[in-house]
Design a protein around this ligand. Sequence first.
Ligand code: CAO
Length: 425
Amino acid sequence: MNQLTEIKVPDIGDFSDVPIIDIYIKPGDTVALDDALVTLESDKATMDVPATAAGVVREVLVKLGDRVCEGHLLVRVESGVSAAAESQAAVTPAKQDAIPVPALAVPLSPVLPLTEEKDTPLSPGGKIHASPSVRAYARELGADLSRVTPSGPNGRILKEDVTAWIKGVLISPSVTTAPSGSGLDLLPWPKVDFAKFGEFEVRPLSRIQKISGQNLARNWVMIPAVTYHEDADITELEAFRVQINKENTVGAKLTLLAFLIKASVRALQEFPTFNASLDGDSLILKKYFHIGFAADTPNGLMVPVIRNADRKGIFEIAQETGELARQAREGLLKPGDMQGASFTVSSLGGIGGTYFSPIINAPEVAILGVNKSAIKPVWDGKAFQPRLTLPLSLTADHRVIDGALATRFNVYLAQLLTDFRRVAL
Ligand code: CAO
């Protein structure tokens, strides 16, 4: 049976009255679930609005340049008229509808094949049409806008054009000026006919996996990051945590994560360069302490943020992490819940592991990874003592934080966790 679905601007966090800078569909087009319909652009980010239903576009109720807010009607889509669209809708889990639109748009343009002419500016001396946020993005990636092919209206360069250009540079050996063998002349991604080797199934990545994958890949490639390890003796802290949880039967359960966030804030106050972002030749030192924490969800990794963690007690932080982790698992987080972090804690302690190398969440400059605590023999000068030992893995951006500073931070953090009274000093 045919059904007409109205697709509106979803929750877009703190943004309102944002212009539509691109429209990808027209009446009669067939769209699949999650296809980008329009792009909105605030002064901070571009956002794609995805199709929440598959089918045929019946009406497009906006035009380029219109300014919209949450709830603004964009498109009417009729489902059940296209076999292709129907089958797509059938295989895509309805849960996807509940996933909030990410703060950063998914690049939509295909990777531009680089040709020899790409070395010649596309607009030599000419005017480049790009918004301030696209210019900032290009600056951050080192992209020369005069070489980027615009795909927006009136020759406007969109964020995805910059991404596509950078991707093209990365995959094209012909444009690198580095000598062969320097490590930058990358081979193309291997294409394998898996059927030749056995049975397999194809499972599309979730929307969150696709978005976080792009962010992780950029951060991995662009940040010269080093991971530093330290062991913290948390024997007393764990005994304290267990005792408090026994005494407290009504409030939120205290997990180690809440103590880690509180101790991290104290360490950030002591070492302000860890609570910073690089901006060209300057360092932005933040006076606020918003701490992101990685949450494992069925749809992929999400990083909700505890705001002003310096002004919150351990119980409040524990209650908030529990609530935000629940919302993350149920796909209920809003974009605003995941924005503005100044430092991130990624705790795998409930699962296990010894050490790992977390990837920095740009534009932050450091991230703390934590694995499972274990009793280890520690020499006290006379004998080995069984001590509960927590493995810490701090990844830091070497452009901002060198090894000596990172190790000082780790040692300090371990001291705080060993004797939590120090947090109050
Ligand atoms: N060592 C030993 N035990 C630990 C521990 C640690 N470091 N951290 C947590 N635990 C224990 C908890 O005490 C709890 O035990 P009890 O049920 O007996 O009290 C159990 O492990 C489960 O804890 P939890 O993981 O549910 O709770 P949390 O507050 O520690 O973590 C959250 C919450 C959201 C961080 C976690 O559920 C999660 O999603 N972790 C994965 C994060 C991730 O994927 N990181 C990798 C990102 S890629 O860089």
